[in-house]
Design a protein around this ligand. Structure first.
Ligand SMILES: Nc1ncnc2c1ncn2[C@@H]1O[C@H](COP(=O)(O)OP(=O)(O)OP(=O)(O)O)[C@@H](O)[C@H]1O
Length: 300
């Protein structure tokens, strides 16, 4: 039984349908990507998964059960809008949150120190949040989400505001949590992060599911429209091949956009008739390209 099941869930705010009959499951030890343009319904879905608001229709099951107060121990949440108190010390806030979730004091203190070590900021234990940079506050917020060792983690834009080194640090932490068997619902506007971390995704658009499944199968279902070509000699006439939409010559390769996959073979034929071909690749679309195609360029 999968730890998280969202079954045909609908949520309205007055006349506004925020989420319409969405349906997905997240396996144990999986990072599931919940994607969508602004206003698509992601936060509403996450708030329902957290039990903060209730579906108008459909149901959510956590380990096969409906919502109960005990679930709070099971769930961890990193919200997009950060919610730490600036004047309060890091240790006070995190330990208070741990206490609310039933973690014994000593255990919480040890765990906090371990997390601060892991994030290379042990000296923050006694600092006020306002003394920390935005990126480091983000690390503390992350610790606050995992301090009670939840089984199901909801991460909304987990890496926003972080520099590249810290993005890698948090990414490897999320990957380790997955390996430790956590069930992770991951939302981000950064499609490269989603591609790297998630096996299965659901794309929402205007409250509805527009794409769902494994990233691999979704990618296969979209045509390959980009060709990379590296040849010994410069090839002429590529832009005159019917179906070639654009040709861009770069430093060490040429990139072509094609209208139909069959055109690629003609590109190869023309190229090899003029030069030795070192590299010819019909590239699968990126998730970013798929996203923009699917939600009509409304991605920010
Ligand atoms: N409390 C509310 N009252 C009324 N409408 C709401 C409320 N919360 C969300 N909505 C509406 O529901 C829809 C879905 O909003 P939601 O916040 O879930 O989107 P989102 O995908 O998280 O967007 P973003 O990427 O901008 O955070 C939007 O049209 C939004 O305006």
């Amino acid at each position: 039984m999968n730890p998280l099941k969202v079954e045909q869930v609908t949520k309205n705010y007055g006349d506004k349908v925020a989420v319409n009959q969405i349906d997905f499951e997240v396996r144990q030890g999986e990072i599931f990507g919940l994607l969508g343009a602004n206003g698509a319904g992601k936060t509403t879905t996450m708030r329902m998964v957290l039990g903060l608001i209730y579906p108008d229709d459909g149901r959510i099951l956590w380990r096969g059960q409906g919502y109960s107060d005990e679930l709070r121990q099971l769930l961890g949440y990193l919200p997009e809008e950060r919610g730490l108190y600036p004047k309060v010390k890091v240790s006070e806030q995190v330990l208070y949150l741990a206490e609310l979730r039933g973690v014994p004091r000593q255990k919480a203190e040890n765990s906090l120190r371990e997390w601060l070590e892991r994030f290379e900021v042990p000296e923050y234990y006694n600092k006020r949040v306002e003394e920390l940079s935005k990126g480091n506050q983000q690390k503390i917020q992350f610790i606050a989400a995992v301090i009670h060792d939840p089984d199901i983690l909801i991460l909304d834009e987990a890496f926003s505001g972080l520099d590249p080194v810290n993005v890698e640090l948090l990414k490897s932490t999320v990957t380790d949590l997955r390996k430790a068997g956590k069930t992770i619902l991951f939302s981000s506007h950064r499609m490269d992060h989603v591609e790297e971390l998630c096996e299965n995704i659901c794309i929402l658009h205007k409250s509805n599911t527009v794409l769902k499944g494994s990233l691999k199968s979704i990618k296969r279902s979209f045509p390959r429209e980009k060709v990379l070509l590296d040849t010994e000699l410069q090839i002429t006439g590529l832009d005159r091949i019917p179906g070639v939409l654009s040709v861009e010559v770069r430093e060490s390769w040429t990139e072509l956009r094609i209208g139909r996959p069959e055109v690629a073979q003609e590109v190869l034929r023309v190229a090899s008739s003029q030069s030795e071909v070192y590299r010819f690749q019909l590239v699968e679309p990126t998730l970013n390209e798929i996203f923009i195609k699917t939600v009509g360029g409304q991605h920010e």
